[in-house]
Design a binder for this molecule. Structure first.
Ligand code: F6R
Length: 594
């Protein structure tokens, strides 16, 4: 949901090419507009417009701007259409202050009305513009940039990470945050601000994580962080172990397909967390109930967690959508472990739920981004080792989340057999990826469809939901995941001649019942694409097409492997339809608004 960047170079060189490079790495956070502001010769230069970065750069040449410090923004519109006027940076009427902002200012209308009555003139429909006017107003009253920002955050309500520059205080960027992410990078050639680390990996590895309400002041000499009483805060400096290459396409056409191909590594690396997971289990002690809380793909990983925890460890487990969590808060107690699953660690719905859970229960975050808000607020953290994920559709972070959940369940239930099976998963994933040509061919056969159904039972039910979500979010084809046994209770009415039904049917206890469901849809004319064992001759005879998986992949670990062809199908159908799988419309990678 929007990305911001700021940079001040130690030497007097043009910063625009670096700002452009950094903000381009955050395009997954918003891609309806882009804008840069730099400072030179006593004035603020701004280039901004609606459109993807590449389009705007082509018409405005964003890299060609004078000035050795500045700020930049990619937008995911919330208040006001994507347009040049609504694109950030925003300025006051005299162009003395420029601001970039990620988040939502909830009380902006009241503030705007008051500022208009004082004579301020607004140009955009955004909530952000009030920030520029407020800072200017306070600077006019005699406050310096830092204190004008502090006064401003005393007035605005909502979520924000913001950075501001002023013509009255050259060579300085002031930034702050509340409920939206912001990191500060200490690089060799300068100092950086960003919403997320991929933006600055190339330039800075040493990172400071500002807390809510702290004010960050960066100039050519370094970074100072002040608390609300103007005291200097001595922040820890943490080093990121991700490399810049990890956030590049490295020869792949899209991040999504690169990340699908990195899944074996993501699983392998996440399995190295075993000792950490065991320590957490030992420390947590007696737990009588587990609640998983998450959104979207992370919610589907959580559903698999329920099946594992209940069947292996016998611990009653609920899975609650983060946005609905507060309605269950009355049932929590200190014997409940609330597990938050999130690739970004910044999802607003999950953070709100975490604040609720922290009041009564022990909390554990399973998160991919180090230093993100969930990692700082949960009692315990397992960091999934997927590396940076840039494609908006979660793929490798999903299998890494699953891997952490499997580790947790296997260690809680002391299930060595499952631990051994997990070690084989990376090879199963790589083997499955070799069938890519066949999946491409199938994608050509199925891209006609307007609707898809995905069916699975038990462990394969969350896989069905996740397969359907992947398809709908990037190809814009309607995909519906169902528990296979539930179809006949209503949705079967929708099954028609030729409608594609993807059936996830690994060998195991649920095989026969799932096969009956497959036959139910087949006999009503569905075009059945089954994902099952390579050796399953009877499946080949019944389905219209089968993607074969190694027969050793049994039901219990199937979620980690059977999702791979479903991701590939979604990806290749999306290409067939001419859409960009990395940047689906209306979506952003990190959802920092409720
Ligand atoms: C779908 C997808 C989203 C996220 C959801 C939660 O591919 O990525 O559904 O899973 O927005 O995000 P995180 O995991 O960052 O909390």
């Amino acid at each position: 949901m929007c990305g911001i960047v700021g940079c001040i170079l130690k030497e007097n060189e043009d910063v625009a090419p670096i700002l452009f490079d950094c903000i381009s790495k955050l395009e997954y956070r918003g891609y309806d507009s882009i804008g840069l502001a730099t400072f030179s010769d006593g004035k603020i230069n701004i280039k901004k417009d609606k459109g993807k970065i590449i389009e705007v750069d082509k018409s405005l040449d964003l890299k060609d701007m004078p000035g050795s410090f500045g700020i930049a923004h990619v937008r995911w519109a919330t208040h006001g259409d994507p347009s040049k006027l609504n694109a950030h940076p925003h300025v006051d009427e005299d162009n003395t202050v420029a601001v970039v902002h990620n988040g939502i200012i909830e009380n902006y209308l009241e503030i705007k009305e008051e500022l208009i009555s004082e004579g301020h003139v607004f140009k955009s429909d955004t909530d952000t513009e009030v920030i520029a006017h407020l800072i200017e107003k306070f600077m006019d009253e005699g406050f310096d940039l830092e204190h004008a920002v502090r006064k401003t955050i005393g007035i605005i309500e909502g979520a924000y990470a913001l950075a501001a520059i002023s013509i009255n205080e050259p060579d300085k960027i002031v930034a702050t945050r509340k409920d939206s992410p912001l990191i500060v990078g200490l690089g060799e050639n300068g100092y950086y601000l960003a919403s997320d680390s991929p933006a600055i990996l190339k330039y800075a590895k040493d990172i400071i994580y500002p807390e809510k309400g702290e004010i960050v002041i960066i100039d050519r000499d370094g970074v100072v962080v002040h608390d609300e009483f103007d005291n200097v805060v001595n922040k820890d400096i943490e080093t990121i172990n991700w490399t810049p290459e990890m956030a590049e396409k490295e020869g792949y056409d899209h991040f999504m397909i690169k990340e699908i191909n990195e899944q074996a590594t993501a699983v392998r690396n996440t399995l190295t967390q075993r000792e950490n997971v065991q320590e957490i289990i030992d420390d947590i002690g007696d737990i009588q109930r587990i609640c998983f809380v998450a959104c979207g793909t992370s919610y589907h990983a959580s559903l698999t967690g329920k099946y594992l925890m209940e069947s292996l460890a016998g611990i009653p487990t609920d899975v609650i959508l983060a946005s609905e969590f507060k309605y269950s808060a009355n049932t929590l107690n200190d014997k409940t472990l609330v597990i938050f699953i999130s690739q970004s660690g910044e999802t607003a719905d999950s953070l709100k739920a975490l604040d609720v859970a922290n009041q009564t229960s022990k909390t554990l975050g399973i998160v991919n981004v180090a230093g993100s808000a969930i990692t700082r607020r949960a009692d315990y953290v397992i960091q999934t080792q997927a590396g940076p994920e840039i494609g908006v559709a979660a793929t490798k972070t999903y299998v890494a989340q699953l891997t952490s959940i499997y580790l947790l369940a296997a260690l809680v239930s002391e299930n060595d057999e499952l631990l051994n099976e997990l070690d084989m998963v990376p090879d199963f994933i790589d083997e499955t990826l070799k069938d890519v040509d066949y999946v491409m061919e199938l994608s050509k056969r199925y891209n006609y469809a307007r609707d898809f159904f995905y069916l699975g039972r038990g462990y394969s039910y969350p896989t069905a939901l996740e397969g359907a979500l992947k398809l709908k979010e990037i190809s814009y084809i309607h995909g519906e995941g169902y528990a296979a046994g539930e179809l006949k209770h209503g949705p079967l009415a929708l099954i028609d001649e030729g409608i594609p039904v993807v059936v996830i049917i690994p060998p195991g206890d649920n095989y026969r019942k799932t096969m009956s469901n497959l036959e139910e849809v087949k006999s009503r004319g569905a075009n059945v694409l089954a994902i099952g064992s390579k050796d399953d001759e009877s499946l080949k005879a019944k389905a219209n097409a089968v993607i074969g998986i190694n027969p050793e992949v049994k039901e219990i670990i199937a979620p980690l492997v059977y999702i791979v062809p479903l991701q590939l199908i979604a990806y290749y159908i999306t290409l067939e339809k001419g859409h960009d799988p990395d940047k689906p419309k209306n979506l952003a990678k990190c959802v920092t608004v409720e």
